[in-house]
Design a protein around this ligand. Structure first.
Ligand SMILES: C[S@@+](CC[C@H](N)C(=O)[O-])C[C@H]1O[C@@H](n2cnc3c(N)ncnc32)[C@H](O)[C@@H]1O
Length: 339
């Protein structure tokens, strides 16, 4: 079930014009196929020279993590966030267990920026990485304690109940609408051992503090786009509520961190702007449609964002949410509440 393979039909999808686009609502639908002239591939498509997923039902819209630019972006964010957490790779109280030997699942592991770092740090533990993409981790760089599985997690998690001591995801939940997110959390809980931990690490989709007008325009357009995809951007900062609503997760904790965006905050702030700008480039196909701008205009906006990065003192927050699967699952069966 569900492993990505075989020919997938190109599915046309439409984007509503949004408030970021001042034009009237006539002709309110744009056909992305027409605009992009994307080539039809099996499970990915190429837009402006970059490869994106093309799997029916999959709403993830960033490029594949095998290309060097996306890999650089994910590794840079990983490094910035680890630094912000004083070198701590996760927040759940798992360190001792990991030192002795634990089984860890990383869902949406991409090219393994968290997974490989963890596997090297904890050689007695075993790590499974799952991603919808074919494997991007070169065989000669893969530690012996890492297994990779290509799988579409919208079909569930392909593991038996209570298989892992910790299930981890980072920057994945934009791939889910609300009901899929609830199902995904249920799946994470199912495959976690009683007493094991589930951890989520997401960044907010809005900046805080002083934000320049162009940066704000791009952020609003991205939030509009997420809404069209059925993904509520507030989810990125409210995962603890989703964990609580699951009813089988206790001892829920949240660690928030403020990440500076701009050279005003020194080298980390400057690097942060570069990573964010790389993200805007990755999002270019969907952002151009949402904003109604051409290539040249979009590149102009990104130039402006860089200038604003040094002028304004913006930050964004990341949220690490962690919780423990209750030990007696049957007791909680009736405790579910709505999010
Ligand atoms: C933004 S990347 C985050 C990668 C990694 N967790 C990190 O923090 O560096 C999200 C990853 O989720 C994967 N993904 C998106 N939708 C998926 C799905 N339905 N099933 C499995 N993986 C998916 C993408 O292929 C991508 O590699």
């Amino acid at each position: 079930m569900g492993v990505v393979s075989g020919k997938l039909r190109w599915k046309s999808f439409q984007v509503l014009r949004t408030r970021s686009d001042n034009k009237s609502n006539e002709n309110a639908h744009l056909d992305l196929n027409e605009v992009y002239k994307a080539d039809v591939l099996e499970d990915c498509r190429t837009i402006s020279g970059r490869r994106y997923h093309n799997v029916q039902g999959v709403q993830y819209f960033l490029p594949l993590a095998d290309e060097s630019r996306e890999k650089w972006r994910l590794e840079t964010l990983s490094m910035i966030w680890k630094n912000a957490h004083n070198g701590r790779r996760f927040s759940a109280p798992m360190h001792e267990k990991l030192e002795k030997g634990a089984r860890i699942l990383d869902v949406g592991c991409a090219a393994g920026s968290w997974l490989l770092d963890m596997a090297i740090c904890y050689p007695k533990s075993s790590f499974v990485g799952v991603d919808i993409s074919s494997e991007f981790i070169p065989e000669n760089e893969k530690p012996k304690n890492v297994i990779y599985l290509q799988y579409n997690v919208l079909d569930g998690l392909p593991f038996c109940d209570s298989s892992f001591d910790m299930v981890y995801e980072r920057c994945l939940i934009s791939a889910f609408n609300k009901s899929r997110l609830i199902t995904f959390i249920e799946e994470c809980v199912r495959v976690t051992k009683p007493g094991g931990w589930i951890e989520s690490h997401e960044m907010e989709a809005m900046f805080r503090g002083e934000v320049g007008p162009t940066t704000k325009r791009l952020l609003l357009a991205m939030n509009d786009f997420l809404k069209i995809k059925g993904c509520d951007a507030r989810t990125f900062s409210t995962m603890s509520e989703y964990f609580a609503a699951n009813g089988k997760i206790e001892n829920i904790g949240v660690e928030k961190n403020s990440i500076p965006v701009g050279s005003w905050a020194g080298p980390i702030g400057a690097l942060s702007v570069e990573a964010i700008n790389e993200g805007w480039l990755s999002l270019k196909p969907v952002m151009q449609i949402t904003l109604g701008v051409n290539d040249q205009e979009y590149n102009g906006l990104l130039g402006q964002v860089r200038i604003e990065g040094s002028k304004y003192r913006a930050t964004y927050r990341t949220h690490r949410v962690f919780g423990q699967k209750i030990k007696n699952v049957s007791e909680s069966e009736n405790h579910r509440v709505a999010v």
